[in-house]
Design a binder for this molecule. Structure first.
Ligand code: BTN
Length: 330
């Protein structure tokens, strides 16, 4: 580990408390000047580090730069993930980078994270607004013997993992708009984009990339005008009481649990947890599916996670793909 990484690890372990430059230098076997240089570099990257003569350095409690050292304390499966988390300050799209990795090599289980995206991608070719300070994360999954008919389960699983991680780390209670939107107080605070490649011979997945975007700490007025009515963030008006690192750590734990083989063999656990969060049932929706669009009443999801809707002529449709829009939240 580099001196910079060692120092960030020590600062994270002592977040909110002073550590003396002398003890840091001693424990790492470097000069105090080397410590000072590394701290200066960390500050340039945005870490909020204070220093007071005779007391040393302090990582401010609200410092929130995404880092491996910041995420690691929250990981339940630290050993399995060591070396698999790739963090960037900027990418065009974490999904694009993750897909390139998935195609090019043995990157199953790797995770790509960015502080901002210049071409964040949403479903149906839409853009996903991705300024600095959000959470943009893609999971590369190389499933064994999972077939195309289970494709939608990855999105359901990611929606459940996102809601549960937000609840656990941030104490908020988000809901889900079928199939991939995370809602809080009626506003969309996150979305999921799942992309994959199938082996045409067997119908099994070669790889799946599950991308999750969460608006973290942004006032509603800072969204582009066309999103201002329906987009929101976890903490629009107040300083976030948790760091993104903590939330990312929880999200990684939840995704590891919920995307394991057993969960896909018997998806009832994923579907039940999804149903509990579903905010769409019992609401008037506009359905967009297979080039068609019609108004309907959303009923419930079935045991595969497909949405049942009742058209105005009384017929029931079961949607396993497509999209619905609510009046408040596109
Ligand atoms: C949607 O709401 O339509 C889906 C949005 C998905 C956004 C995430 S952010 C991380 C990953 N990288 C992308 O370019 N998109 C997904």
């Amino acid at each position: 580990m580099s001196t910079r990484d060692e120092i960030l690890k020590l600062l994270e372990e002592n977040r909110g408390a002073y550590i003396s430059g002398e003890s840091v230098a001693e424990s790492l076997g470097v000069t105090r000047n080397a410590v000072w240089k590394a701290v200066t570099a960390l500050k340039t990257e945005g870490h909020r580090i204070g220093s007071v003569r005779k007391r040393g350095y302090i990582l401010e409690p609200d410092s929130d730069v995404i880092s491996l050292q910041g995420i690691r304390p929250f990981l339940l499966y630290d050993e399995a993930l060591a070396g698999k988390i790739h963090i960037y300050s900027e990418l065009a799209s974490t999904n694009v980078t993750a897909k390139e990795m998935a195609v090019s090599g043995d990157f199953g289980g790797h995770i790509v994270i960015a502080d901002r995206q210049t071409s964040g991608r949403g479903r149906r070719g839409r853009e996903f607004f991705s300024p600095a300070g959000g959470i943009y994360i893609s999971f590369i999954i190389k499933p064994e013997d999972i077939y195309g008919d289970k494709a939608h389960l990855f999105t359901l699983a990611a929606a459940v993992a996102s809601c549960e991680a937000i609840e656990e780390a941030a104490g908020l209670t988000p809901g889900i708009k079928w199939i991939n939107d995370i809602l809080l107080h009626g506003r969309k605070v996150g979305g999921i984009l799942t992309e994959s490649a199938l082996d045409m011979e067997s119908g099994a997945f070669q790889w799946v990339v599950v991308g999750i975007g969460i608006n973290f700490n942004m006032p509603e007025k800072e969204f582009p005008a066309e999103l201002q009515k329906r987009a929101g963030s976890l903490f629009p008006e107040v300083d976030a009481p948790v760091t993104r690192n903590r939330l990312i750590g929880e999200l990684i734990n939840k995704m590891s649990d919920i995307t394991d083989r057993a969960s896909f063999e018997d998806p009832s656990g994923i579907v039940d947890r999804y149903r509990r969060r579903l905010d769409t049932a019992g609401k008037r929706v506009q359905v967009f599916c297979a080039g068609e669009s019609y108004p309907a009443m959303a009923l419930d999801i079935d045991d595969r996670g497909a949405l049942k809707v009742k058209k105005d002529d009384g017929t029931i449709e079961v949607l396993s793909s497509g999209e619905v829009s609510l009046s408040s939240c596109d």
